[in-house]
Design a protein around this ligand. Structure first.
Ligand code: SF4
Length: 334
């Protein structure tokens, strides 16, 4: 494997996720799995986003532990700290400074119109804090501080990246060419619906399967999944295309989908049999990952050392960017 020193890849990827606690299988398929693949083509910087998490986290004392868990998940999934930078957002505090400069380039009306801000106002009306309003500015700073030109996102996240592009354009227009306008790579992310079959899998909806769940817990959760409502009795044929369990089979049991389809449509088996196979498939898919997670969790000092090394490498890039930013803005050098 090529080390980070002898590779000649020029484009830089930045991505991160909020450290809001346990990750679920939807997060894994939506983001973390892609982190591993992107390493082959780009210089990657992956961030455990702790500062953003503080805008919504009810108990901020968890945030340190959550950062460690997030890093553990990335490493267990196969992110290679020799090739990629893995670090914790707050360990490179220059990001807060850059976000402040970006905030001054952004009219408040623009920030309060952001759909995710409006959604959070609805979700937590008692805690509409300044950090929540400035969230997009901090997110733009995350990407642009490292002059990343590529950001892996789902199609639905494109508006967030457009905000970062606008900020880059505005800064470049006012102070001179400083930042690349980051483009997206749309990752192949299957839509993983929650166990309720209604909405996207999400921790806040309580319809998720944690990636760290034990095999027994995974099985218990899978057994609660909503199925085709018309399949009332064991003898009723089902409609797999309308059943979320089937859509999870398509992701986790590709070798068995034809069999599942046939068994369902001919009432050849019951939903319990079908879910049991799904639980086996999910547990099989995550067995190695869970083993590596357990190994890393038993050695937190190793994970901390990787994060320190990552922060040192990220800081070197950040210092360089900020020196240029301050000079271009005309701030007096200290
Ligand atoms: Fe869904 Fe499987 Fe039941 Fe068919 S047999 S309705 S695919 S759980």
């Amino acid at each position: 494997m090529a080390s980070r020193r002898d590779r000649t890849v020029t484009e830089r990827v930045f991505s991160g996720f909020r450290v809001t606690g346990e990750q679920h299988i939807g997060n894994y398929l939506g983001a973390i799995r892609n982190y591993v693949d992107l390493q082959a083509d780009y210089d990657c910087i992956y961030c455990a986003v702790d500062v953003h998490s503080l805008t919504t986290l009810e108990d901020a004392r968890q945030v340190g532990e959550n950062s460690l868990t997030s890093a553990t998940v990335m490493l267990a999934a196969g992110v290679d700290p020799e090739r990629s930078i893995i670090f914790v957002q707050s360990h490179v505090p220059e990001v807060m400074e850059l976000a402040e400069y970006f905030a001054m380039l952004t009219p408040l009306a623009v920030l309060t119109r952001v759909p995710t801000f409006k959604e959070k106002v609805r979700q937590q009306p008692e805690n509409v804090n300044l950090g929540l309003v400035g969230y997009p500015a901090l997110m733009a700073a995350d990407i642009l501080l490292y002059r990343a030109s590529v950001v892996p996102i789902g199609v639905d996240q494109e508006p967030h990246l457009e905000f970062a592009r606008e900020i880059a354009r505005k800064f470049n227009g006012r102070f001179g060419e400083t930042f690349p306008e980051p483009r997206s790579v749309h990752t192949t992310t299957p839509l993983v619906r929650g166990l309720d079959g209604q909405s996207k899998m999400s921790k806040s909806m309580g319809n998720h399967i944690p990636i760290g769940a034990s095999p027994a817990e995974t099985r218990r959760l899978v057994m609660t999944a909503v199925t085709d409502p018309q399949r009332q009795r064991r003898t009723d044929p089902g409609r797999p295309e309308l059943c979320n369990v089937y859509s999870l089979h398509e992701i986790f049991s590709p070798a068995h989908v034809k069999h599942v389809y046939r068994q369902c449509t001919t009432a050849g088996w019951g939903c319990v049999d079908c879910k049991s196979l799904l639980a086996d498939s999910i547990n099989g898919a995550f067995a190695e990952f869970r083993e590596r997670c357990a190994e890393l969790a038993a050695d937190p000092d190793r994970v901390r050392a990787i994060l320190r090394d990552g922060a040192a490498r990220a800081s070197a890039i950040a210092r360089e960017t900020m020196a240029e930013v301050r000079a271009r803005m005309g701030l007096l050098a200290g």
